[in-house]
Structures are given as structure tokens and as C-alpha cells.
Write a protein that binds this ligand. Structure first.
Ligand SMILES: Cc1cc2nc3c(=O)[nH]c(=O)nc-3n(C[C@H](O)[C@H](O)[C@H](O)COP(=O)(O)OP(=O)(O)OC[C@H]3O[C@@H](n4cnc5c(N)ncnc54)[C@H](O)[C@@H]3O)c2cc1C
Length: 390
């Protein structure tokens, strides 16, 4: 059984169904449903999703316009794409329909309420009935009830975010065709964004570290000060928590109780806090964790010696090391945002290298290593210029 049919749940359900398992997917809303989200998909999604999702891509992104509190703008463009923009109602609907076509029985408008681990199954009570499943995949997002009920030891932070959307009709998108805007100075330790969609702009703010006093004030100030939005009336934003990965919290969960597997239940996507702590990218990791979870479940059905812990171990191998480095970078960026904004301007090759992370050509690990090398050798050059006789 899969609880929640966002990208994580729909992907897990699709993979399990096409391998021949009987899968029931519960979704409390009706697809296509609105989801508060920037809808930015890094290009490396190409490596893990079949290409039919391109039918719902609204824009392809080739560059980022960086600003600091609306000032000091600079654009770093690339000749090759770095990301896609999607509206989550259409994107998620497409994934759910794929799962359905592969054989998943999808119950929409049905909310899971309670869970009980039994010796040979897991029992799920919903607002419509009661079910038993061999395995339960909790894909119910940032406010996951599966995590709350079956993983009570999890005490992980979720950051507040706000987002709104404006219709722009046939006007050219802002900040320009194929570009997104990121403002590192809009919040104390986070960023504000403008992501273009077909005839729309998604505008949001998120704090990534520390405490936020008033996200609404931050959002209003960003909208007020951002010159490109001057001619628009921006509707009241909607809030949604962002369950960022935290290396410290997850480090504590390497012994039982584990972070992602408990008895017959697994957590994927936002329910498992699988969100990149640098820029809040979660869709890629929702899809990927759904795939890894499905592979682990299938493993246990085919080979009795395998266990669901394979899923947790695979995430620790593939995703956590990347998130740990992203978290180190985030600590630097959000502690010294103004300095970092200026350094990004100066070391544009580092941003180009980061674009390769988004494309899947670099990992955070190889990026960090190379970026440090670029900055160090440039410092050495600066020193040589400043001290020519040494
Ligand atoms: C403001 C904001 C902007 C973001 N921008 C980006 C971005 O640009 N790019 C990016 O990659 N990520 C972004 N993210 C993160 C991204 O939205 C999430 O990481 C992603 O949606 C996770 O997918 P999921 O399938 O785990 O959860 P969700 O997409 O949240 O899906 C969970 C599903 O479970 C259902 N559900 C919940 N409870 C129950 C229940 N009890 N019973 C049945 N169904 C239930 C929900 O209705 C929902 O459909 C953003 C997040 C926020 C808040």
C-alpha cells in the first residue's frame, strides 16, 4: 500500500505495479490537485524518469539571474539546459495516471488515518475503511501521518515557506525567456525565487536555517522591492512546510529507531525528509526514493534473505552523502549570503560547475572538490598579484 500519490508515491506505485505486485495507492485529494511548489526539476531527472513527463514541461531553463535584495543583478547563462519547470497539478497527475495504467488501484479522496504493525501485515484505517498490506510506503508528504504514527522518535525540522502565483497571459516571462530569478538577500538565511511557467510566474520565499520571524513580512517585502513585479498584483501566498534533510538529526538515527524503515513501513520523499538542504529540491529525491523503495520491496518478495532495511542502506549510500555536502555548502551560503552573492559573481565557473550538478554530470562531492580548487588557485593568483616580490 502506498499512502499519498505525489511524485514519491506515484513513482513507487508505478514501479511495483509494473513488476507485477498488487498495489493500492491512497490519495486524500483528487488529482489533478494544486501543490505549493516552485516546480523546478533539475535536468538530471532525465536520467531517472521516462521522457513522457516532457509533455507537461512548461519551460526549459538555461540560466539564473542572481540578485541580492533586488540589487547587484547578474545572469549566469549556459548554452545547455539546466532545469525544467512544471506545474505540479499536471506533473503529479501524469505520474498517477502512469501508475494506474501499470495496474495500481488508486483511491482518490480517501485519507489514511491510523496504522498498526501486525506480525504478518500492516493495518491501515482510512476515512472509508480498513485494509491490510504486506508493506506500507509512507509517501504522504511534509505533514506525513505515517511518519508521525509509525516513527514517533523522528523529531526533524520543517522550514516555513510561502508561495504565490500570478497570471501573466501572453507577456514575456520575468526575468526572461528560459531564466529563473534567485535572490539570496531576501531572507536572513534562505532565498526568494521567481520561476516562470506557461502564462504564469511562481513567486516564493523559504528560510533554510535558523528561525524565521515572519515569512509573510519577508514575502511582502520581496514582492514590494522586486522591480520586475512592480506592475503585478501578487495574490496572497500559500504556506507549506519544507522538510529539509538535517545531517545531525539523521546521524542520530543510524541505530534503531531508523530514519526511514520501521517494521513493514518505509518513508519516501518529503515524508522521509529527503529534501536537498541547499536549495530545497525535493521532486528529484521524491522520485528517486520512490524507485529505491520499490526496488527494495521487490527484493524482499523475490529473495527471503533480503530486508526492507536495504532501502535505508541504499539511501544512506546514494543520497545522504550528497545531502551532507549540500548541507555544508548551505551553512556557508546562508551564514554569509552577501559575500557568497559577490563570490558567485566573481567565480562564475563555480556556478557553471553547479549547473553540472543539476544536470547530473557532477555529484555534490565532485563539485565541492573542484569548486574548492578553483577558489584556492584564484586566491593564490590574487596573492601573487598583490605581493609580486614574494
Ligand atoms: C514552497 C515550496 C517550493 C518548492 N519548490 C520546489 C522546486 O522548485 N523543486 C523541487 O524539486 N522541489 C520543490 N519543493 C519541494 C517539493 O514540493 C517536495 O519535495 C515534493 O512535493 C515531495 O513529493 P512527495 O511525493 O514526497 O510529497 P507531496 O508532493 O507532498 O505528495 C504527498 C501526497 O500525499 C497526500 N496525502 C497526505 N496525507 C495523506 C493521507 N493521510 N492519506 C492519503 N493521502 C495523503 C497529499 O495530498 C499529497 O498529494 C518545494 C516545496 C515548497 C513547500
Amino acid at each position: 500500500m502506498v499512502i499519498g500519490m505525489g511524485p514519491a508515491g506515484a513513482t513507487a506505485a508505478y514501479e511495483l505495479s509494473r513488476a507485477g505486485l498488487a498495489v493500492l495507492g491512497l490519495e486524500k485529494q483528487l488529482h489533478p490537485r494544486y501543490k505549493v511548489c516552485g516546480g523546478g526539476l533539475s535536468l538530471r531527472i532525465d536520467r531517472i524518469l521516462e521522457s513522457d513527463f516532457k509533455s507537461v514541461v512548461e519551460h526549459t531553463i538555461y540560466g539564473v539571474q542572481f540578485t541580492y535584495r533586488g540589487e547587484e543583478p547578474f545572469l549566469i547563462e549556459s548554452s545547455q539546459p539546466i532545469a525544467y519547470m512544471v506545474m505540479r497539478d499536471r506533473f503529479d497527475h501524469l505520474l498517477v495516471e502512469k501508475a494506474r495504467r501499470a495496474g495500481t488501484e488508486v483511491h482518490e479522496g480517501e485519507q489514511a488515518l491510523a496504522f498498526r504493525q501486525l506480525s504478518d501485515a500492516i493495518e491501515v484505517t482510512t476515512d472509508r475503511g480498513r485494509y491490510r498490506a504486506k508493506v506500507l510506503i509512507g509517501a504522504d508528504g511534509a505533514n506525513s501521518v505515517v511518519a508521525q504514527r509509525l516513527f514517533p522518535a523522528r523529531r526533524l525540522r520543517r522550514m516555513p515557506t510561502l508561495e504565490s502565483e500570478i497570471g501573466i497571459g501572453m507577456m514575456p516571462p520575468y526575468p526572461g525567456e528560459g531564466k529563473v530569478l534567485i535572490d539570496l538577500g531576501a531572507t536572513a538565511k534562505g532565498y526568494a525565487w521567481i520561476f516562470p511557467k506557461h502564462q504564469r510566474l511562481s513567486i516564493g520565499v523559504a528560510e533554510f536555517r535558523g528561525k524565521t520571524t515572519s515569512p509573510k513580512q519577508i514575502f511582502d517585502r520581496f514582492v514590494r522591492e522586486e522591480k520586475g513585479l512592480a506592475s503585478f498584483t501578487v495574490p496572497h501566498p500559500a504556506g507549506h512546510p519544507l522538510p529539509l534533510f538535517s545531517p545531525r538529526a539523521v546521524g542520530l538515527m543510524e541505530q534503531p529507531p531508523f530514519a526511514l524503515v520501521c517494521g513493514r513501513a518505509l518513508l519516501v520523499g518529503d515524508a522521509g525528509h529527503l529534501v536537498d538542504p541547499l536549495f530545497g529540491e525535493g521532486i528529484y529525491y521524491a522520485v528517486r526514493s520512490g524507485q529505491i523503495a520499490a526496488a527494495s520491496v521487490l527484493g524482499t518478495f523475490h529473495d527471503r534473505r533480503r530486508s526492507l532495511m536495504d532501502y535505508e542502506l541504499a539511501v544512506r549510500r546514494e543520497i545522504y552523502p550528497e545531502f551532507r555536502i549540500a548541507s555544508r555548502i548551505a551553512r556557508i551560503v546562508y551564514s554569509f549570503p552577501k559575500l557568497c552573492h559577490r563570490l558567485m559573481h566573481r567565480y562564475q565557473e563555480v556556478i557553471n560547475l553547479y549547473y553540472d550538478v543539476l544536470r547530473g554530470r557532477h555529484t555534490y562531492h565532485s563539485f565541492f572538490h573542484e569548486a574548492k580548487g578553483i577558489v584556492k588557485s584564484s586566491f593564490r593568483e590574487l596573492l601573487r598579484e598583490a605581493l609580486p616580490f614574494r
